[in-house]
Design a protein. Structure first.
Length: 449
C-alpha cells in the first residue's frame, strides 16, 4: 500500500517552515525522527565527556584518557560497513530501537558499578567498546532514514538540519555532564544515570514513526552476500573521483582533527585549571561551533560558496588546533575550540549531503557507511595523540597533529583535481551536485507500508 508523507508546511508553523533552512521540520515524521535522534545522541555525547574525566581520575594518564575514547570509536572503523548493509537489508526501525535499548542497558550497568563502588578501569573500557558497537551499527541506518522522511528535493536541507542533532548534543550534553560532575565529583554514577534517562524518550519517539519498507526497492540486495553488498558500495565510490577526494579529506579530519577533543580533560584540569565544569564548557563550545557550522551549510546555497567553505575549513583546521595548543587562557581556548567545532561540522555536513544526494537508493546505506568508516578511523589519531601527550606533552602532541593536518590537506588539494572542480561523476555524465543538493525542488517521497 502506497503511503504519502504529509506535505511540507502542513501542521504547525506553516508559513515559517514552508521554505528556508528549517523546511524539513514541516514534515511531521522528520520532527519525530529528529527528536528521537536527539534523545539518542545526547547520552552518547554526555557519556564521552564523563568517561574521559572518569578515566583521568582513575589513572591520571593522558594516554588512558585518549585510549578510552579511541576504544569507544573503534567499532566505527570495524563495524560501520556492516551497519550499512544492515541499513539496506533489515527493518530499520527495529535496528534503531535495538541500538537504543542496548545503550540504555550499558549506561545502567556503568551507573550500577559506580554507585556500588566496584568500578575498575577495564569496566570503563569494555562498556565503552559495547557503547561504540551499538552506535556504529545504527549510524548508517539513521542516516538513510533522512531521505525517506523529507524526499530528494529537501534532502540536503534535511541533512543539514539533522546534523544539528549532533551539534545540540555537543552543546548541551557536555555542559550538563560537566555540571553534574562538578556537583558530585565523588560520585560520577549520577551523571551516567542522567545520560541513560534520555534513551527512554528516544525509544518513545521512534515507536509511532513510520519508516518505509525497502524490500521492494532492494530486492536484488537481499540475494547478494554481505561482502558482495559491501563491494558494490566500494565500487560506486571508486568510480567517483570527488567522492574519493572527500573521503580522503574526511580521513584527515577524523585522524588529525577530531582527536583533539580526547585530550580536553587533560587541558581542563592540568593546563587551564578549569576542572570538570571547564571541561563541560570546552566541549559545549565545540558544540556551539558545530551548530553555527550546520546553519552555514543550510544558508550558503551555491556551489561556489560550498567550495569555499570546504577549502577554508580544510586548510584552517590545523592552524586553529595549533593555536589552541599554545593558548594558556581559558576564554581564548573557548573561542578556538568553537572554531574547530565549526570547521569539522561544516566539512562533515557538506560531504554527508553530497554522498546522500549522489548515491542511488539501493546502495545509499552502504555508501554512507563508507563515509562513516572514514570518520571511524579517528581512533588511530586518538591513540597517536595519547601516546604523544604521555611521552612529550599534550601541547606538543596537538601541534604535531595540527601541522600534519595542514600538510595533508594541501597535498590532497594538489593531487586530486576533482576537489578543485567540485564535480561529481555519475556514470557517463558529470554534474555539479552542490547546486542540485541545495535546490528547492518540491519532490515528495512515496513510501510503502
Amino acid at each position: 500500500m502506497a503511503l504519502q508523507p504529509s506535505r511540507p508546511g502542513s501542521g504547525i508553523g506553516h508559513g515559517f517552515l514552508s521554505s528556508g533552512p528549517l523546511k524539513p521540520f514541516s514534515y511531521p515524521r522528520f520532527r519525530l525522527f529528529w527528536a528521537a535522534s536527539l534523545s539518542s545522541v545526547m547520552p552518547f555525547v554526555m557519556g564521552m565527556a564523563a568517561r574521559g574525566w572518569l578515566v583521568l581520575v582513575l589513572t591520571d594518564s593522558p594516554f588512558m584518557v585518549t585510549a578510552v575514547q579511541g576504544v569507544l570509536m573503534l567499532p566505527m572503523a570495524l563495524l560501520t560497513p556492516f551497519g550499512g548493509v544492515i541499513a539496506d537489508r533489515l527493518n530499520r526501525k527495529m535496528v534503531l530501537l535495538a541500538s537504543d535499548a542496548a545503550n540504555l542497558l550499558i549506561f545502567l550497568g556503568l551507573t550500577l558499578l559506580l554507585l556500588l563502588g566496584l568500578i575498575q578501569v577495564w569496566h570503563v573500557f569494555a562498556l565503552a567498546f559495547l557503547n561504540g558497537m551499538a552506535f556504529a551499527m545504527s549510524t548508517p541506518t539513521r542516516a538513510t532514514v533522512i531521505h525517506d522522511v523529507v524526499g530528494q528535493g529537501d534532502l540536503a536541507k534535511g541533512v543539514a538540519v539533522y546534523t544539528t542533532v549532533f551539534s545540540i548534543s555537543q552543546l548541551v550534553g557536555p555542559a550538563l555532564a560537566g555540571y553534574l560532575m562538578g556537583r558530585s565529583p565523588d560520585q560520577l554514577g549520577w551523571t551516567f544515570l542522567a545520560a541513560s534517562a534520555f534513551l527512554v524518550p528516544a525509544m518513545a519517539f521512534l515507536m509511532p514513526l513510520s519508516i518505509p519498507n525497502r524490500a521492494a526497492i532492494l530486492e536484488g540486495v537481499s540475494r547478494t552476500s554481505v561482502m558482495g553488498s559491501m563491494g558494490e558500495g566500494l565500487g560506486y565510490v571508486r568510480a567517483n573521483s570527488l567522492l574519493v577526494g572527500l573521503l580522503l579529506m574526511s580521513v584527515v579530519f577524523a585522524v588529525f582533527g577530531v582527536p583533539y577533543q580526547t585530550v580536553l580533560p587533560v587541558f581542563a584540569r592540568d593546563i587551564l585549571n578549569a576542572g570538570p565544569d571547564g571541561l563541560g564548557m570546552l566541549l559545549a563550545a565545540a558544540g556551539a561551533g558545530a551548530i553555527k557550522g550546520s546553519l552555514n551549510v543550510a544558508l550558503f546555497s551555491t556551489a561556489r560558496q560550498m567550495q569555499v567553505l570546504i577549502f577554508a575549513t580544510g586548510f584552517a583546521l590545523g592552524p586553529t588546533i595549533i593555536l589552541f595548543a599554545f593558548s594558556p587562557y581559558f576564554p581564548t581556548s573557548l573561542v578556538l575550540v568553537l572554531g574547530v567545532g565549526l570547521m569539522i561540522q561544516v566539512f562533515g555536513v557538506t560531504t554527508f549531503a553530497l554522498i546522500q544526494v549522489g548515491s542511488p537508493t539501493n546502495i545509499r546505506g552502504r555508501v554512507v557507511s563508507i563515509l562513516m568508516l572514514a570518520w571511524g578511523l579517528g581512533p588511530i589519531g586518538m591513540f597517536l595523540l595519547g601516546f604523544g601527550a604521555e611521552v612529550l606533552a599534550p601541547e606538543i602532541a596537538l601541534v604535531v597533529m595540527g601541522a600534519i593536518s595542514f600538510a595533508l590537506m594541501g597535498l590532497l588539494m594538489l593531487g586530486i583535481p576533482a576537489l578543485r572542480r567540485m564535480e561529481l561523476e555519475l556514470g557517463d555524465r558529470t554534474r555539479s551536485p552542490l547546486e542540485e543538493a541545495l535546490s528547492d525542488s518540491p519532490a515528495v517521497p512515496t513510501e510503502s507500508d
